[in-house]
Structure formats: C-alpha cells, structure tokens
Design a protein around this ligand. Structure first.
Ligand SMILES: [Zn+2]
Length: 353
C-alpha cells in the first residue's frame, strides 16, 4: 500500500503489486491517474507523483483547492468533481511539469496489455489559445499530432478536435426543394399526431402563465409506454413531466446544465486552441452548476401551492417538484413560472395553432 484515505468508515488506497499500480481495482498508468468513488458518491482520484514532486494540488470545478494526501511516491484525494484539475509541486511550491501519461496498448501475448509511454514528440506552442490552464492558470499550451497540454504543469486537455472549421454538410440527395419540404412536413405532422394521441392518458403539465405556446418536443418510452414528456414554451423554458415517478437528486442539476449550456459559435482559432476552448466551455458550465444558488419556490398546481426545489445560476434556473404522482422538472431563463396546468387534451392543446 502506497497511500490510503478513510471516509465514512471505508478505506481506499493506491497499491502496488507485481502487476502494477492500482486504485480500488482500477489500473493506474505511469504518470496517469485513476478515479473511483466512496460509497456515498464522493469521488476519489489518485496516482503516482511525477519525479521531483512532493505535493499534488487538486482543484475542483467550483475552484476549491485542496492538497492530496501524498506518501511513498503516490497521491490520493477526495473531490466533489470527477475530473478535477491537478498540478504537482515541489516541497517549496515550484510547479513540476507532469509528463504525458502512458497509454494501454495490446501487448505481445493475446489478451495482454502493456503501458506504453508516448514517444517524445515535437510539441508546438499554441499561439492563439484563448483560455488559461485550469490547473495552473497560465496560458502556455503546446500541441502534438493528437493532444494539447500545458507546457508549465502538464495538464492535458480532454478534448481533441482535428479541424478548426466545422465539418462540411453531408452530401444530400437532390430533390426538388418544394417536394422535399412537403414530404418532410407530412411526415412530421403524422408522427406528431400519433404521438399526441398516445399521450391522451399520460400526466402532462404545461406552464399556465407562460405567454409562449407549449409544443411537444419529445418523450422517452419505457416498455412502450410514454414516461417523460418534454414540452418547451419557446426557447427560454422547458417542462418535463414523468408520470408515476419521484424526481431524483440529479435532475435539477442536469436541467440547469442544459439551460446554462448556450451553444456559442466556435472561435476562429487553430484546432488545438479550439480543443482548449471546448474544455473551458465545458468547465464553465459545470462550474455554474456546481456553484448554483439553492432556493425553494411555490408553484400553483390545480389551486394548490406545491413547493419546488430550485437551483439558480445567473438568469438560468431549474425547479424540481412532485405533484399528482408525477416528477416535474422545469428549467428556464428569466422569470420563474407561477402556475402549472395539467394537459387534458394533448391533441388540441399541444399542436401548434
Ligand atoms: Zn498548467
């Protein structure tokens, strides 16, 4: 055993045996890390310290930093985040550049895999990167043929895009435009009508005080029966009703995440700089959700005030409640809804008029 942590009566450790280095049964690549959880869902991240490092500083997506427990050349830390940024330091606080982690490759014998350290590559500075390193805050990115990393601390971007320009649209069969549009429109209307008829007995709510027309966006099926029904009111509010269900703890966060995630056009920079930017966008979204403010908000449902659990980040919010045996998740931007209305006749109320 190299290093161990105890949490809620459980102990997890980074261990070494003849086969390699392990965290809770997960292999740790040389210079890499492994991730697992304690029973309550707390993330545990660990690995081996690079040469010369004595500290590992773990920064979660909310920006909270903590020191990993280090011993016998290994580090181990708990985090609220499955993908925290980690930097390594000497005892006196100088940053140690972590080398790229080894990768698992098929070995000589069948069913046998070996860790292969990537060959030394020519790393080229990414001159037009827009975003600082999430582990060390410096803009010092370098790229090789298939990865981007921070030249100062070794943090590697998780995304990799090969081309900076969005892919060209796929070739389409040439059809007279009017004919294609009419056929598409017919298919869409028919499928919408059938779907709405199937929803007749389902519990579906819409936001009563929204000025925007509710439209059916989609539903998920379980055993051929509709379960979750998604209804947007314009592009700033969506309500999801799941019949015979109790909302779980993650739904409010997921709903807020989709509302915070605004599709921004890719910046006009090189492919490695876009990779870094995509990572930063993803981290910003997760940061907004991780640091969201909690509140409760009463929504009137059939003349009864139902308390909803809310999360808010900037102008975006999500509300999660339980009423009429259904789980109701609403997300939006701007004003909070005050009243919900149960849909009585989906074919009449949800088709665009
Ligand atoms: Zn860095």
């Amino acid at each position: 055993m190299l290093v161990a942590l105890t949490h809620g009566g459980d102990t997890l450790a980074v261990t070494r045996d003849a086969q390699g280095v392990w965290l809770d049964g997960n292999g740790v690549a040389p210079c890499g890390r492994a991730v697992t959880t304690f029973r309550d869902g707390t993330w545990v991240i660990g690995g081996l310290l690079p040469d010369g490092a004595e500290r590992a500083v773990v920064r979660d997506v909310a920006g909270f930093e903590s020191d990993a427990t280090c011993s016998a050349g290994a580090w181990l830390a708990t985090s609220s985040d499955a993908q925290p940024a980690v930097r390594f330091e000497t005892a006196d606080g100088r940053i140690v550049t972590a080398p790229p982690p080894a990768q698992l490759r098929p070995g000589a014998a069948p069913d046998h895999f070996d860790y292969v350290t990537p060959p030394a590559t020519a790393w080229v500075p990414v001159e037009d990167a827009l975003d600082p390193c999430p582990a060390c805050d410096r803009i010092a990115w370098v790229s090789a043929s298939d990865s981007v990393r921070c030249a100062r601390c070794g943090h590697e971007a998780t995304r990799w895009v090969a081309y900076a320009s969005p892919a060209a649209p796929a070739d389409r069969e040439l059809v007279e435009p009017s004919e294609a549009a009419a056929s598409e429109d017919w298919a869409r209307r028919t499928s919408l009508r059938l779907t709405l008829e199937e929803l007749r007995d389902a519990t579906v709510f819409v936001v009563a005080d929204s000025t925007r027309q509710p439209r059916l966006a989609g539903r998920s099926l379980s055993n051929g029966r509709p379960t979750a029904v998604f209804i947007p009111h314009g592009d700033r509010m969506t309500i999801k009703t799941t019949g015979d269900a109790v909302p779980d703890g993650l739904e409010g966060r997921q709903a807020l995440q989709t509302m915070v995630q605004e599709a921004e056009p890719w910046p006009e920079v090189s492919a490695p700089a876009v990779s870094v930017w995509l990572d930063a966008q993803d981290r910003a979204t997760r940061h907004a959700v991780a640091t969201a403010e909690r509140f409760t908000h009463d929504v009137e449902v059939e003349r009864v005030a139902v308390p909803f659990a809310g999360l808010r980040s900037g102008t975006s919010w999500s509300l999660v409640g339980h009423t009429a045996g259904a789980s109701v998740v609403i997300s939006g931007r701007g004003h909070l809804p005050r009243r919900l209305r149960r849909v009585v006749d989906p074919a009449y109320e949800l088709v665009g008029r």
